[in-house]
Design a protein around this ligand. Sequence first.
Ligand SMILES: Cc1ncc(COP(=O)(O)O)c(C=O)c1O
Length: 414
Amino acid sequence: MASLSLPTVESIREQFPILQHPDSHGRDVVYLDNGASTQKPQCVIDKEVEVYTKYYANAYRGVYEFGQRIDDELELSRESVRDLIGAESKEEIIFTAGTTMSLNLLAYAWGSHVLEPGDEIILSRMEHHANIVPWQLIAQKTGATIRYVPLDDQYRFDEQAFEQILNSRTKIVSLTGMSNVLGATIPVSQVAEAAHSVGAVFILDAAQSVLHQPADVMKQGVDFLAFSGHKIYGPSGVGVLYGKQELLEQMPPFLGGGHMIDQVFDDHSTWAAAPAKFEAGTLPIAQAIALRPAIEFIKEIDFDWIEKHEKKLLIRATEQLQEIPGLKIYGPDVSEKGAIVSFTLEGAHPQDLAFLLNRHGVCVRHGHHCAMPLHEILGVSATVRASFGLYNTVEEVDKLTEAIHQARKKLRLA
Ligand SMILES: Cc1ncc(COP(=O)(O)O)c(C=O)c1O
């Protein structure tokens, strides 16, 4: 990868092949759906190609050269994740299929390990379905109850209410680090400390926040953390579950199969140590290996640069969108949120608006964004969401605004 000692958005864009050509209608693509999934830099694509063309084999099974190389590359990748989130050891890093898989693993394995009838699981009102539904499934099985932390009148996580809900029956606190709709964040260290004060474990759904609010699990007291490769400029099909070593030792396995065992007898088995204990079957090998260049790419650009750049885009978008008649933005003040703007436009169905924006090459998401309970609170069934990434430009923000103006004319709202 070319050196990015002084990154500019132009030099970053050059590294994304998909941004170098128009769509099939000849339109410049303004990709503002980064909250759903990000585009991939050349170094990530190259790494996957390298794996398949130079040394592909199954993982942790072969003593031949390719097999050894795959194992080494996977361990390097594990180490880069450890470094990214400030974990103590790479044995605490489990490769999964993504955030959803990581949270299901936790709900099933940790949930069934600790929950008893009457116990409580705390979530917030701004969770993605991936951090709601697995807990509902396990609550139904164990007799536990889910309690939701409300949002305040500015769509922020209500910390005071959270502390009031916490009690001796709370066994699990599982919260998103950043809402995929509102961009609202949570005070991670304070939440972890409060959860620990009642003996609960704290799980951070870092799918949206891992890039925007870099995690430091040891310093912040995070017990488990989940994120997806595809949202941080890495491959799809791979995700991460971090768990504190002592908790991983206590947690029973989720899936059984190859690689996760120590001994298998006719009637029972014993388990390998983590991370293997939670990595049954064949891993997403090339994807897990190509997560490392994605992490290195981000680190080389620098988190501060990313934060400042995305904040600039967020402020510009917010200022412009606020001026559009009938447009309502949902979420806290820009100073308190990540680079996501969700909005509705009076007189326009979100799907129609997204469709009309696409005519100008502007790619946004519409719908409930897998956050139906949140939309219930917002009082709308759907919103339009523009989510910014490190390759977006101020000109693209202007194109979004201009496309909305054009859509208003088309819909005869202007
Ligand atoms: C906050 C949050 N959690 C979980 C997920 C689920 O991620 P994945 O679909 O990669 O498993 C998402 C995806 O949008 C998300 O935004």
